[in-house]
Ligand binder design. Structure first.
Ligand code: HEM
Ligand SMILES: [Cu+2]
Length: 555
């Protein structure tokens, strides 16, 4: 192929590769958006059900809807956004002539899996909630769909890994570009974590097909949570990638420290997996010693979050000082609150503070007993995933979609208001859920009177407030959809295409030790830690008899 140069000095073949990559990323982002819209509609209806405004009909009962909401939000929206984001971060920072075939294969497998699982859920053959462990049983197609979704992400991850390997071969001794570093570390973590859910599926699928007669309920729970906790960190790593590398561009700032950023992703790789038992504090059959180990490591994995908070505030402050601002109040007022890319991420950071406090309570063995399986938990994860994660992704989409489509953002003021509405809705909904949980409201329960138990009315007011928060959130999601689709349909392609730039690093930051880039070696350490944390508990599970006889009720 002829390699002519464009006026910008970039060979045309690379430019062509970039355009092909952009289309792939855009498809991921729009797929995530579609999942968010449908998931939000179910969320709204759930809020109304929990406030006793509506009762779902038997042909589309509460648990079917709850499964659809949980899967679409926690597994589909987040995953497609992150696969798109990290493909983008890698492709853009490692420009080369590349084939997008592996990337598209990954996307297609993810989509086929998602559609299979979604059809089964909507048809009522898989009301197993997004955690889908036994004894709830789904149709085989649901499990196959879930497995395909994961396998598709592996292909995307492999594509990212191969690009980074190519870069390292071409540039020996050079550090991996920072956004690509975050992406590849995230996906190495993801490869290790998803082994758990694939193992879970390998147990559930034969059971669902009737090949195996019974199933070890506890083991499937353990395998799910081996995956379920790092799943949360997969989301958080997506948000951190944006906070470190994209958000500073909104205020003319820089990445506070290259090494610190790499170290944060490295700690997340190491500690995301060996902590999953904190979701099983109240499970019988798991010894206290293992729960204790996972508790300690859970506190350890909070460290990269504190590092991130420090680095972000330092980046804010340094940029503000360069602009002649002094002190906390001047710095805060100076930040670009009128830019939806910034407001989305920054409001998400504020919500994350609430999520962090709640998380410390959940992670404390004894306090967890008070909140376990109550609406508190639902409030906690909405403020966490719906705050730093979803709101950051939405804000970032306001930069990504114009970049990828070459069109101006449709109705930017509307987009700005959307981020604030989301914040207000999420604060109202999740705080009310926390409160209802303390009053005793159970989660995952369709009967809001709690089967007629006296006292159920004690949390009615909180659940009404939560449903108002949910309504505000739903309106906000509709506004997001209008901007996302409007950017594509209403705005023409502009000739003066805005270049997407990731943030630069502060000059005076210390040189980065290359040891932070050793993907393979750190991956091996992460595997070793996961084995140390899980070999014992899994052995314990296998050495007790199976809990469930055949013929268990199918939902
Ligand atoms: C758009 C606004 C949203 C509303 C109104 C909403 C509302 C709700 C409600 C009422 C529940 C049911 C709790 C129960 O009965 O136990 C729920 C569960 C859940 N939501 Fe949301 N939510 C929203 C957004 C999100 C987002 C953005 C995510 C994640 C990205 C998410 C993830 C989940 C998950 C994982 C569950 C738990 C399902 C389960 O327990 O199996 N939600 N949501
Ligand atoms: Cu967790």
């Amino acid at each position: 192929m002829a390699t002519q140069s464009t006026p910008g000095g970039i060979p045309q073949t690379i430019e062509l590769s970039r355009a092909q990559g952009d289309l792939l990323v855009l498809t991921h982002i729009y797929t995530a958006t579609a999942a968010l819209i449908v998931g939000a509609l179910f969320g709204l209806l759930q809020g109304f059900s929990r406030a006793n405004f509506i009762v779902m009909p038997p042909w589309f009962d509460y648990y079917r809807m709850l499964t659809a909401h949980g899967v679409l939000m926690a597994l589909v929206f987040t995953t497609f956004f992150i696969t798109g984001l990290m493909t983008f971060s890698t492709y853009r920072t490692i420009p080369r002539v590349r084939s997008v075939r592996l990337g598209w294969s990954g996307y297609t497998v993810m989509l086929v899996g998602t559609l299979m699982a979604a059809i089964e859920i909507l048809a009522g053959n898989a009301s197993v909630l997004y955690t889908f462990y036994a004894p709830l049983k789904a149709s085989p197609f649901f499990y196959l769909g879930a497995a395909l979704l994961i396998v598709g992400t592996w292909l995307v991850g492999l594509d990212i890994l191969l690009n980074v390997v190519w870069f390292k071969r071409q540039n020996p001794g050079t550090k991996i570009p920072l956004p690509a570093h975050g992406s590849v570390f995230t996906f190495v973590m993801w490869f290790i974590a998803t082994l758990g859910v694939v193992a879970e599926v390998l147990i559930l699928l034969p059971w669902s097909l009737g090949i195996t007669k019974g199933v070890d309920v506890e083991l499937t729970r353990m395998l799910f949570w081996y995956f379920g906790h790092p799943l949360v960190y997969f989301w958080i790593m997506g948000a951190y990638l944006i906070w470190y590398n994209v958000v500073p561009t909104a205020y003319g700032g820089r990445v506070f420290s290259d090494s610190l950023t790499r170290l944060a992703f490295l700690i997340l790789l190491l500690l995301s997996t060996p902590v999953g038992l904190h979701h099983q504090f109240l499970d019988p059959g798991v010894s206290a010693g293992w729960k204790w180990l996972h508790t300690v490591l859970t506190y350890g994995v909070a460290i990269p979050s504190f590092m991130t908070m420090f680095a972000l505030f330092a980046s804010f402050e340094l940029a503000a000082r360069r602009a002649g601002k002094r002190g906390f109040i001047e710095t805060v007022r100076w930040l670009p609150w009128g830019d939806p890319v910034f407001s989305g991420a920054a409001l998400g950071m504020i919500l994350f503070i609430g999520g962090g406090f709640g998380g410390l309570i959940n992670a404390s063995y004894s306090m967890d007993i008070l909140v376990h399986n109550t609406m508190w938990i639902v409030g906690h994860f909405h403020i966490t995933v719906g705050g730093p994660v979803a709101l950051t992704f939405i804000g970032a989409a306001y930069k990504l979609v114009p970049t990828l489509t070459g069109r101006r953002l449709f109705a930017p003021k509307f987009a700005l208001v959307q981020t604030y509405l989301w914040f207000i809705g999420m604060v109202l909904m999740s705080l009310s859920m926390h409160w209802a949980g303390i009053l005793g409201s159970p989660r995952r329960t369709s009967d809001v009177t709690y089967f007629g138990a006296a006292g159920a009315e004690t949390w009615h007011g909180q659940m009404v407030a939560a449903s108002i928060g949910g309504t505000i959130l739903f309106i906000s999601v509709v506004m997001f959809a209008i901007v996302a689709v409007g950017t594509y349909l209403a705005n023409e392609r502009t000739s003066e295409r805005e270049e997407f730039a990731f943030a630069e690093t502060e000059d005076q930051a210390m040189p980065t030790p290359l040891v932070l880039d050793m993907v393979g070696r750190w991956g091996a350490v992460a595997i070793a830690l996961a084995v140390i944390a899980y070999a014992g508990p899994i052995y314990e599970q296998l050495s007790v008899p199976h809990y469930l006889a055949p013929g268990m009720r199918t939902w």
